[in-house]
Design a protein around this ligand. Structure first.
Ligand code: COA
Ligand code: AMP
Length: 626
């Protein structure tokens, strides 16, 4: 591609979205090709390719087999925790997915039904996702680090016909039993699925109840199920993500826009095509896992690496680089936190120097802000471009990136470069007015959003409009703040709401506050993200005790931490609870969380004149910044 291609593609995508995405639709093998590209009939609920029909598992699997590439490796599963490597060709994976679709159909799953998948990073998680898609059903993957209570919330919201789970996951050297967590979630939830299908793993074999079926037994007699053609606008999956309240948001992804946007993103953003080996070191429970472990690499006929393990620990901080050497990986995608964890263990990059990285072309990082220190360390150690890309569960694919296939641009540390074609990104003040270049504000995207982005929230159009579309007129509010410089480069500084990012995991401080406040000794509390050298942010609870409460602060901390682990899950990583005499408030009694967040981020805003006692902040300041 030639320099300037970005400008041309970007302008066309904004000025003529029908033309731009109509052309991109040719990347997909439709059952019925769409003639209506952008459907504005029900605005602000915009729909893409609304009269097209397709099946997403066919895009990811069957079409490559039909094209004669059935022998190409589709999936390499690497487990550092069990010491295994397993390869699946496109032919083998298509067969397994078709047979598991048969299993799900035998359990009564039909087009439009929901299937919850609560699994560790095993190939069967990917197989279950694609098998659900093959039936035209809707999967909802729940991250394994969430507690039964969070799983129960999702079971009640998605009302699945079937749940697919495993006996256990393995975290480092610890075996985490999933089945008791699933059983507990089903006790809490009101909704009753028809059955649960359990993958028995040798590390912990689960006891199966009357409503449980054994994955392996069902697969033995399974018949392949043909793909079910669905409308482009039919839902492919629901992925729950943290909002400001305790109730997670069910982000809906459709079939057609999703397939087209991912097929476009792989060559243009990530420079990945058929036969390339691509490794996204994330988890299928997050959006990065959905888009860039499972769907996008398979849709373009690449080889995807799926990794069960951490960047450090088991075996050591060299695991990533040895895997790149072993599988001749072209590009790696992970979160900055993983690189910071590696840097801490191997500051001189000794493991990197010991590996043959001749296949390696680029490191892509997303999920949280890429701090310039981490950027510089990785660039120097790897001798390869390090590409920041910014997006969200809601969008499903990058909003801003350096487009490595379309038109590589100079990198500016701290910036994910430029808006990706399709996204009309603006920075506005509180009144919705655009701010001058270089000025901080709210990052918004003018409607319509491009294909692949959320059409709505599951069963909650009103919350979709309320949360995203009614804040700034004609725009989608991203919830992130930042600026655009004079060259058009975007800088994303962090959330403007009560969402925090812990080790690349998006969490709601509001839901943690609900748990902390339920402790019998706590009168009121605020949970704020404070900076952490490895995880980026860590939640810290500031609590005011009830009058007359008498409890050792360490006992209180232990109890509150246990409550949060129990109610939300270990992934919440709340391990610090600080007792304070008071929280800063406005005269009307509202806790000044925003001011506290600003202090924690080192971007202290002027203390509002309405604050009752500015001295309270002096007590909090060192606790927020340490
Ligand atoms: N099932 C069960 N428990 C899980 C889990 C899962 N799938 N994933 C995480 N947990 C648990 C961990 O065991 C840990 O529990 P502990 O407090 O008892 O030790 C807790 O949740 C926190 O996990 P994590 O955030 O992963 O922290 P860590 O200290 O174990 O590892 C990193 C830190 C940086 C190495 C790790 O977070 C990492 O590799 N992150 C990569 C980022 C990523 O994948 N982001 C996704 C978006 S791209
Ligand atoms: P999630 O929905 O879990 O992918 O989290 C999305 C949020 O993570 C965004 O709204 C940002 O706050 C943050 N985020 C993701 N990628 C980046 C990035 N490259 N730079 C800055 N923040 C990011």
């Amino acid at each position: 591609m030639a320099p300037g291609d970005y400008q041309q593609a970007y302008r066309r995508s904004i000025d003529d979205p029908e033309g731009f995405w109509g052309d991109a639709a040719a990347l997909i093998d439709w059952d019925v090709a769409p003639t209506r590209i952008l459907d504005r009939a029900d605005a602000p609920f915009f729909r893409w390719f609304s009269d097209g029909h397709l099946n997403t598992s066919v895009q990811a699997l069957d079409r490559h087999v039909a094209a004669g590439n059935g022998e190409r490796v589709a999936l390499i599963h690497e487990s550092a925790v069990t010491g295994s490597t397993t390869r699946f060709t496109y032919g083998e994976l298509t067969d397994l997915v078709a047979r598991f679709a048969g299993v799900l159909a035998d359990q009564g799953v039909e087009r439009g039904d929901r299937v919850i998948i609560y699994m560790p990073m095993v190939p069967e998680a990917l197989i279950a996702m694609l098998a659900t898609a093959r039936l035209g059903a809707v999967h909802s993957v729940v991250f394994g680090g969430f507690a039964p209570n969070e799983l129960a919330l999702r079971i009640d919201d998605a009302s699945p016909k079937v749940i697919v789970s495993a006996s256990c996951g393995v975290e480092g050297s610890r075996v985490i039993e999933y089945k008791p967590m699933l059983d507990r979630a089903l006790e809490i939830a009101g909704h009753r699925p028809e059955c649960s299908i359990i993958l028995q793993r040798p590390q912990a074999v689960a006891e199966l109840g009357a409503n449980d079926r054994d994955w392996h037994e069902l697969m033995q007699g399974a018949h392949p199920h043909p793909p079910v053609s669905v409308k482009a606008t039919d839902p492919l999956y629901i992925l729950y993500t943290s909002g400001t309240t305790g109730k997670p948001k069910g982000i809906v992804r459709d079939n057609g826009g999703h397939a087209v946007s991912l097929a476009w993103s792989m060559p243009n953003i990530y420079d990945i095509g058929p036969g390339d080996v691509w490794w996204s070191a994330s988890d299928v429970g997050w959006v990065v896992g959905h888009s860039y472990i499972v769907y996008a690499p398979l849709i373009v006929g690449a080889t995807t690496v799926m990794y069960e393990g951490k960047p450090v620990g088991t075996p050591d901080a060299g695991a990533f680089w040895r895997l790149i050497e072993k599988h001749r990986v072209k590009s790696l995608f992970t979160a900055p936190t993983a690189i910071r964890a590696i840097k801490k263990e191997d500051p001189d990059g000794t493991f990197i120097q010991a590996a043959d990285l001749s296949s390696f072309r680029a490191l892509f990082l997303a999920g949280e802000r890429l701090d310039p220190d981490t950027y510089h360390w990785a660039t120097d150690a790897l001798g390869a471009p390090v590409i920041d890309n910014w997006w969200q569960t809601e969008t499903g694919w990058p909003i801003a990136s350096n487009l490595r296939g379309l038109d590589p641009m100079p990198i500016k540390p701290g910036s994910p470069t430029v808006p990706v074609p399709g996204y009309d990104v603006r920075v506005v003040d509180e009144r919705g007015e655009e701010v001058p270049a270089g000025t901080d504000g709210n990052i918004v995207i003018r409607l319509p959003l491009p294909p692949g982005t959320l059409p709505t929230l599951w069963n909650d159009d009103a919350r979709y409009v309320d949360s995203y579309l009614s804040v700034f007129s004609g725009c989608y509010a991203t919830g992130d703040g930042g600026s655009i410089d004079a060259d058009g480069y975007l800088y994303v500084m962090g959330r403007t709401d009560d969402v925090i990012n812990v080790a690349g995991h998006r969490l709601s401080t509001g839901s943690m506050e609900a748990v902390v406040a339920s402790h019998p000794m706590v009168a009121e509390c605020a949970v704020i993200g404070v900076q952490d050298a490895i995880k980026g942010q860590l939640p810290r609870a500031f609590v005011v005790l009830k009058a007359g409460a008498d409890i050792d602060p360490l006992v209180l901390q232990a109890e509150v931490v246990a409550d949060v682990r129990d109610q939300i899950g270990p992934v919440a990583a709340l391990n610090s609870v600080v007792v304070v005499p008071a929280l800063p408030k406005t005269r009307s009694g509202k806790i000044l969380r925003r001011t506290m967040r600003g202090i924690a981020d080192g971007r202290e805003e002027a203390v509002p004149s309405t604050i009752d006692d500015a001295g309270v902040l002096d007590v909090l300041r060192p606790l927020l910044q340490s």
